[in-house]
Design a protein around this ligand. Structure first.
Ligand SMILES: Nc1ncnc2c1ncn2[C@@H]1O[C@H](COP(=O)(O)OP(=O)(O)OP(=O)(O)O)[C@@H](O)[C@H]1O
Ligand SMILES: [Mg+2]
Length: 300
């Protein structure tokens, strides 16, 4: 409880005049009941600030995917208010949902790649549907494939790739538009531990560019090692919202981060006070880079 209080105080303090930007995600008393006896989510309240990397954990059926689907307006809440970048999602009409979703990168457990298109075309497709020009596509796709370690697989089809490579394509596709928010629902669910580390490193690298990242996962070991904020659901209720007591440094590079994930046991503490300050500074810098986020205007 003390940790939750401290986190709340930090969030309040960080709402100083220069960064009074709204939370990227805010849930206030949000419920989703699929039927009279079937609750998916029960009066959940929390907020996530810009630049945060947050895990959503909980056993099967606890409501993780429900929360993700609410965020992309695939389903509507039965009660409560959801705001994304300050905007009440109930005010976004059906017609505007596609424009709203352009601001969100989405990665699923089962990749959802187009089987009859190459790696290059799977990623390019995400840009085509948002109306990018050919020139933009030619410039952006190779960049993102390099970032995701797929530069040599441009012409491969999904069934010629390993599970980890397919998931990399899914991440590349979700991030090629550089959305300010990335949601990943069990992105490592079907992958072996080492491949999972690679995907988490990739999400961490993306987070370091300023993108807010929310990852739903069963993988408790990975979550403990990454030492990020954890939201835990149990039967639709939010039962934990805390920063790990040994919150990791925000300034570590991707390789250091990978080493952290592979460690047999958590590292010794190294001055949590100083680490948190660094974390806040890095989050603030990231926020400053992304001033004008989440347009929902029609700009096909
Ligand atoms: N479309 C639906 N209709 C009825 N009930 C649903 C529907 N979708 C989910 N539920 C129920 O809501 C609850 C939460 O499901 P949800 O998919 O959010 O869980 P989850 O935490 O993502 O689980 P998993 O880890 O297995 O993916 C479950 O009891 C599930 O049966
Ligand atoms: Mg799920």
């Amino acid at each position: 409880m003390a940790i939750v209080e401290r986190h709340k105080q930090e969030l309040e303090r960080s709402a100083a005049p220069r960064d009074r930007a709204p939370s990227v995600i805010e849930f206030r008393g949000v419920s989703k009941n699929y039927g009279p006896t079937n609750g998916g989510l029960e009066t959940a309240s929390f907020s996530i600030q810009r630049g945060e990397f947050v895990f959503l954990v909980g056993s099967t059926g606890s409501g993780k995917s429900t929360l993700m689907k609410l965020l992309i307006k695939e389903i509507e809440p039965t009660a409560g208010t959801i705001r994304v970048a300050g905007r009440d999602l109930s005010e976004i009409t059906r017609k505007k949902v596609p424009y709203y979703r352009r601001n969100i990168g989405i990665v699923f457990q089962d990749f959802k790649l187009l089987p009859d298109r190459t790696v290059y075309d799977n990623v390019a497709y995400a840009l085509q549907v948002t109306g990018s020009s050919r020139k933009e596509i030619r410039a952006k796709v190779p960049d993102i494939l390099r970032l995701t370690g797929l530069a040599t697989k441009l012409h491969s089809f999904p069934d010629q790739l390993s599970g980890g490579e397919q998931q990399r394509v899914a991440v590349a596709r979700a991030f090629v538009n550089h959305p300010p928010l990335l949601l990943a629902d069990e992105p490592t669910g079907n992958l072996d531990p080492e491949t999972s580390v690679g995907i988490m490193q990739l999400l961490y690298r993306i987070n370091r560019t300023g993108t807010t990242v929310l990852v739903a996962t069963h993988d408790a070991t990975m979550v403990d090692r990454m030492r990020r904020r954890v939201l835990e659901l149990h039967q639709g209720r939010l039962v934990r919202d805390e920063l790990d007591a040994q919150y990791a440094r925000a300034d570590m590079n991707t390789a250091e981060f990978g080493a952290l994930l592979r460690e047999p046991s958590p590292e010794p503490k190294r001055g949590p006070q100083a680490d948190r300050q660094r974390e806040r500074d890095a989050a603030r810098e990231a926020r400053d880079e992304f001033d004008d986020i989440f347009p929902t205007d029609e700009r096909p």
